[in-house]
Design a protein around this ligand. Structure first.
Ligand SMILES: Nc1ncnc2c1ncn2[C@@H]1O[C@H](COP(=O)(O)OP(=O)(O)OP(=O)(O)O)[C@@H](O)[C@H]1O
Ligand SMILES: Cc1ncc(COP(=O)(O)O)c(N)n1
Length: 286
């Protein structure tokens, strides 16, 4: 297809508002790889610089709120976005800047990944930033993608109370009270042979949950799975998919990337973001 100026028609536009992961597997870097693999034009607003690798997060420097606002205005004032995702928002000010831009530019298709800690347990969002996210950003979201520890923190209950499928369905429903139109409660941190994500919609009060199942893959190198999932949903939403279809496609994308994951450094290695495009044909060995 060509546009009126004779160029190729532009792909859908997807924006990530997140932290930089110097190791390349999660954060901005993982999100842009995912966007590229899923055929959307990927853009980024960097909220923090992290020094991190396969062993963990060594250092974090939040980006100044004015610089976050400037990036948002540069991108959204000119290029625009068909869908947006947020990841690491290190301070309440960065949350407020993201929420203000979502409102100002009328962005409907927003995925909020309430990233709280990295795999090594290092806190990526301060407590006040997490509270600001619940108050300012979740009410604007088409979809929130908490994992079980994040769901427990939001609901103020112990993680052990969100274990069985029934408990997880109830938790997903309860999370709708924060105002997002859908909640996808991820199952990576749950137990069992199945890796079950649970999607509920505010439109029916969460009464008809969609169960997104799949085998739990025995892989060690899973750095960045949460980032890949939320950016894959964002890419599908940018292309016009409905929320459930976007979540199903994203889950398949992440499963292939985990199946093809590979070691980097001495610790937890990386997803293979290109695995889905390549037909999921990797077996996890280099
Ligand atoms: N071992 C696994 N096998 C198959 N799918 C998995 C596995 N681990 C996670 N997933 C899937 O990956 C996606 C991300 O889930 P997860 O719960 O790991 O997110 P997260 O905790 O935010 O990620 P991270 O640990 O990177 O922060 C979900 O769709 C989940 O079902
Ligand atoms: C900048 C940034 N954002 C998000 C994550 C979470 O990813 P994971 O839990 O897989 O380490 C991360 N490690 N770094």
């Amino acid at each position: 297809m060509t546009d009126s100026r004779g160029g190729r028609a532009a792909p859908p536009r997807a924006l990530t508002i997140a932290g930089s992961d110097s190791g390349g597997g999660a954060g901005i870097q993982g999100d842009l790889k995912t966007f590229q693999e899923l055929g959307v034009h990927g853009m980024s607003v960097v909220t923090a610089i992290t020094a991190q690798n396969s062993l963990g997060v060594q250092r974090i420097a939040p980006v100044a709120p004015e610089l976050i606002e400037a990036q948002l205005d540069s991108v959204l004032g000119d290029i625009g976005a068909d869908a947006v995702k947020t990841g690491m928002l290190p301070t309440p000010e960065s949350v407020a800047a993201a929420a203000a831009a979502v409102r100002r530019y009328g962005l409907e298709r927003l995925v909020v990944d309430p990233v709280r800690t990295a795999k090594d347990g290092r806190r990526l969002m301060a407590g006040e930033a997490f509270e600001a996210l619940a108050e300012l950003l979740l009410p604007l979201a088409e979809l929130a993608t908490p994992n079980v520890p994040e769901a427990a923190a939001l609901l103020g209950v112990p993680e052990r109370d969100i274990r069985t499928v029934d408990e997880r369905v109830d938790a997903a429903k309860a999370l709708l009270s924060f105002g997002s139109r859908h909640v996808l409660l991820k199952g990576g941190h749950a137990e069992g042979d199945e890796c079950l994500d649970i999607l509920v919609a505010a439109s029916d009060g969460g009464r008809r949950p969609a169960l997104l199942g799949g085998p739990r893959l025995a892989r060690r190198h899973t750095h960045g799975t949460g980032c890949a999932l939320s950016s894959a949903v964002c890419a599908a939403l940018a292309g016009g998919a409905a929320a459930e279809a976007a979540c199903r496609e994203a889950k398949a994308f992440v499963a292939a990337a985990i199946a093809g994951s590979y070691p980097t450094g001495a610790g937890v290695g990386s997803l293979r973001h290109e695995a889905w495009r390549a037909g999921g044909a990797f077996d996890g060995r280099r």
